[in-house]
Structure formats: structure tokens, C-alpha cells
Ligand binder design. Structure first.
Ligand SMILES: *[C@@H]1O[C@H](CO)[C@@H](O)[C@H](O)[C@H]1NC(C)=O
Length: 262
């Protein structure tokens, strides 16, 4: 009797330890949440003016990146004063660059994002994202000073799945894919919580879909590093060699970025 009770208590204790090891420490989280600061408000896609207050068009380095889409502001629209829409249009092989066969849209945040020691950042948004072959929408963080680091907060690579990835080097990558149901008929909420580990160097990333913790990844030497935040609707590249000839859309709603940095 006594020993089974002891075993039961031991099981509870081990269970509690496992839970606290896998989730953020509630006491630390409670303290962090008290100093929440909004870096990008969830009204950012309520008008073109709001969008342009926080974002620039194309990539930090130009209008192409590893795929077949030429990016321009013409493909970026705010719909119903409520959400961002990036539209990919098939053009056939483009005269100026034979690697390109789509026009599409990309935006990147004007500010950089850095997780500081004893701090943290939360990135959240709702997405309608095409997952057909050739469609490569993504919401990602890219090192300002070098590549890698990279954290793919959400990436869809034309295979019906969503990918979460953290790059320590170009070949050492934590990568997890999940089936992405009803991609174009329902909004799905993605939340990624970035927190520093106690070594003040390793970054911990918790990835959630619709409130469910899907995976936790760790990035080396990412605390204190500035990141670009990019939302792009690239085509072909990592998502396959043939894509849609009809127009397709990547929609983003209620994007917000919250800082808990000291
Ligand atoms: C990346 O580095 C972190 C910190 O050292 C480590 O915890 C993680 O396992 C590494 N990722 C991979 C895929 O090896």
C-alpha cells in the first residue's frame, strides 16, 4: 500500500518534471509577460498605410530569391481593410531572366528582431496558404549579419504540408513537417515563441498550430542576433519544378510581434 502510494507520487513527480522540461517555465513566462511590448500590432494589415509603416516591399536584398517569382509591390494588396494578400501570376518565361516565370509579392519588416538574454519574442499570424506543387509561401526569419541563422516560422513547400525549420548551419537543420488541412478554405493560426536558453546563446523555438504545440527546436548562437522577418510568396524552387498557371494567393491576417526583451 505504502509502496504503491510512493510509486504513484513518484510517477506524478516524474510526470511534472517531464512537463516542465518540455514547456516554458511558467514562473519565467509570467514575469516575461508583464513587460510585453508590441513591436508590430495586429492591425498592421488594416490599410496600405499601416502596412507601409512597418514593412517594405520585396526582399532586403532585391526582388528575387531561389525561385521562379519576380517580386513587386503590384502583387501586394490589403483586402477589405483586414488582411494581406500576395498574388502569384504565371507569366511564362520572362524575357529579362529565363529563370523567372511568375510575378508575385514579398514584404519584409523595416525593423530587425533580436531575442535578448532574459527576454523573448512571439510571432503570430493567421494564414491561408496554398500547398499545391510549385507554390512556396513562407513566413521566416533570416539573419541580418549572415546566413544562417534562419528560422522558418512557417513554410509550405508544395507537398500538402507545413514545415518548421531551424538552421544552425546550411546542413545542420532541425526540420518538422505536418499535414496542413484545409489550406485554402480556413485560417490557421501559427504562433512561434522564441526564448533564450540559460546559456544566453541557444534560442528555443516553440511552434504552435491553432494553439497546439507541434514541435520545439533549438538554434545555436542565435540569442542577441538580429533577424529580418520576411513574408514571401515564392514559386517553384523548393516546392517543385512545375506550378499553377491560374492565379493563386497567400493571405495573412492579424500578424503581430510581441517583445519580452528587458
Ligand atoms: C543546433 O544547435 C543547438 C544548440 O547547440 C542544439 O541544441 C540543436 O540540437 C542543434 N540543431 C541540430 C539540428 O543539430
Amino acid at each position: 500500500m505504502a509502496s504503491s502510494r510512493l510509486l504513484h507520487l513518484l510517477a506524478l513527480f516524474i510526470g511534472a518534471e517531464l512537463v516542465s522540461a518540455r514547456h516554458s517555465d511558467p514562473h519565467i513566462e509570467h514575469a516575461l509577460k508583464k513587460r510585453a511590448t508590441t513591436l508590430i500590432p495586429d492591425t498592421v494589415f488594416s490599410s496600405q498605410d499601416e502596412l507601409e509603416e512597418y514593412f517594405d516591399y520585396n526582399y532586403p536584398w532585391g526582388d528575387t530569391h531561389n525561385g521562379a517569382a519576380l517580386m513587386s509591390s503590384a502583387q501586394v494588396t490589403i483586402i477589405d481593410d483586414a488582411y494581406l494578400q500576395l498574388e502569384a501570376v504565371y507569366t511564362g518565361t520572362q524575357a529579362d531572366n529565363s529563370a523567372l516565370s511568375y510575378n508575385s509579392g514579398t514584404i519584409y519588416a523595416k525593423q530587425y528582431f533580436t531575442v535578448e538574454a532574459n527576454g523573448g519574442l512571439d510571432f503570430q499570424a493567421n494564414f491561408v496558404a496554398p500547398v499545391a506543387e510549385g507554390c512556396w509561401p513562407a513566413f521566416w526569419l533570416d539573419g541580418v549579419n549572415s546566413w544562417p541563422p534562419e528560422i522558418d516560422l512557417a513554410e509550405w513547400k508544395g507537398d500538402g504540408k507545413i514545415s518548421f525549420n531551424t538552421f544552425n548551419t546550411s546542413s545542420i537543420v532541425a526540420a518538422q513537417d505536418y499535414t496542413y488541412s484545409t489550406p485554402t478554405t480556413a485560417w490557421h493560426t501559427i504562433l512561434v515563441e522564441l526564448r533564450p536558453e540559460s546559456d544566453d546563446s541557444t534560442l528555443k523555438a516553440d511552434f504552435y498550430i491553432n494553439g497546439d504545440l507541434m514541435t520545439t527546436q533549438y538554434g545555436a548562437e542565435m540569442v542577441g542576433q538580429p533577424f529580418y522577418m520576411i513574408i514571401d510568396y515564392q514559386m517553384l524552387g523548393s516546392s517543385g519544378t512545375s506550378g499553377p498557371t491560374e492565379n493563386t494567393y497567400f493571405d495573412v491576417q492579424y500578424l503581430s510581434v510581441t517583445s519580452y526583451n528587458p
